[in-house]
Design a protein around this ligand. Structure first.
Ligand SMILES: Cc1ncc(COP(=O)(O)O)c(C=O)c1O
Length: 388
């Protein structure tokens, strides 16, 4: 074999069946080969197990899919290149022209955009309500045939808790599917409810380290099968190396989430007693307006704390600028603590009434609490609140 041939056909290395690597290798290969044409044909017809092309399936992605489906308590999972790709896949694959969708003003802005602007171009109509309006949900579903209800809980950034039982029961009564963006609550939460489809941004708690993006659509097999061909041809799949990093990040998911929740509760309690703070919203505080609902629905209360600063105290930007451990940054769920001021989270696409439901003010601060030592975090918040 000449050099250029050898370089393109390197020696293969086989690993004995009783000598497996502890960590599964990354299958960084787009293509998979077959010993003969008949087997390749059987693979493309779905008549045998195996892999052909990584946009369709890949062993590294398969392992991550199985892990996430089990974590969320459902049968199957499709992995996408970002969280928004997961939201969009679920919407595109489940809706057709003439369908009606219910969404909420408190949702992630790109999700609102997808439904109100993109899907509208393809003849999908919508009704936007407040997540607190359970009567409005029932009335809307009763008066308009609806394909799906998409919602989030706790909401971003003011942490309203959706009444999942009320929403899923109303949806079932009227033949609508429910899609829950479960990114904030995490895979270990909400699996006990009768939700048809979960979507997640893996960019947050799953990978956990703020260095990769990904998304997941998780559901029972019958629904995933319906979405699979759209998923393959839309092509926003995850790369195997990223899937490997997310799988690696997941090893500490439970530990990170537990520590983040414990830190968030202490931070929330500390801020609640501070003279420069007007209000603190955290589902784990008994002062949260839906504390009982949160306790019933969730195993823990999350790592996000929403704070409204007093008008006569420190200016919001000065507070964020003064923080040394909380980085001014979008997104949540990193091991490092982050802060996002209200002026960067204003839902400007909403009208005045809808902005009232979204309830973000320019004195709102979203804290995404990390895994640092909580005393250092509280000392940092204390010095920032004292700054002028
Ligand atoms: C609730 C929620 N869903 C979806 C997304 C989108 O995720 P990604 O940034 O991975 O596309 C985000 C991102 O902040 C989010 O907060």
């Amino acid at each position: 074999m000449k050099i250029s041939t050898r370089l393109n056909h390197p020696p293969s290395v086989s690993v004995p069946a009783d000598n497996r690597p502890l960590v599964a290798p990354i299958y960084q290969s787009v293509k998979f080969t077959f010993d003969d044409v008949a087997e390749a044909e059987r693979q493309s017809r779905g008549q045998r197990q195996g892999f052909q092309y990584s946009r369709v399936s890949n062993p590294t992605l398969e392992q991550l899919s199985l892990t996430l489906a089990q974590l969320q308590g459902r049968e199957e999972c499709l992995l996408t290149a970002s969280g928004v790709a997961a939201v969009n896949l679920a919407l595109l694959a489940l809706c057709k022209q003439g369908d009606h969708v219910v969404l909420f003003a408190e949702m992630y802005q790109p999700t609102r955009y997808m439904i109100r602007r993109l899907l509208a171009r393809y003849g999908v109509t919508h009704t936007m309500l407040s997540i607190e309006d359970t009567v409005g949900i029932e009335q809307t579903l009763a008066s308009k045939p609806t394909r799906l209800v998409i919602f989030e809980t706790p909401t971003n950034p003011v942490l309203k808790i959706a009444d999942i039982e009320a929403i899923t029961a109303a949806a079932k009564r009227h033949g609508a599917l429910t899609v829950l963006d479960n990114t904030f609550a995490g895979f270990h939460n909400h699996g006990q409810f009768d939700i048809d489809v979960f979507v997640h941004s893996l960019t947050k708690y799953a990978s956990g380290h703020g260095d990769v993006m990904g998304g997941a659509v998780i559901a029972r097999k019958e629904l995933i099968d319906k979405m699979r061909t759209d998923f393959i041809v839309i092509g926003a799949t995850l790369d195997p190396h990223t899937a490997f990093l997310i799988q690696r990040g997941l090893k500490t998911y439970a530990l990170r989430y537990e520590r983040q929740c414990a830190n968030a509760l202490e931070v929330a309690r500390f801020l609640e007693g501070h003279p420069n703070v007007a209000s603190v919203t955290y589902p784990g505080l008994s002062s949260h307006p839906q504390y009982q609902l949160g306790q019933r629905q969730m195993q823990d209360c999350g790592s996000i704390v929403s704070v409204d600063l007093k008008a006569q105290g420190v200016a919001p930007a000065a507070f964020a600028n003064a923080l040394k451990l909380f980085a001014i940054s979008a997104s949540v769920g990193s091991t490092e603590s982050l802060v996002q001021p209200g002026q960067l989270m204003m839902p400007r696409d909403l009208n005045e009434a809808e902005q009232g439901w979204a309830a973000v003010s320019d004195r709102t601060m979203r804290l995404s609490v990390g895994i640092e030592d909580v005393e250092d975090l509280m000392a940092d918040l204390q010095q920032a609140l004292a700054s002028s």
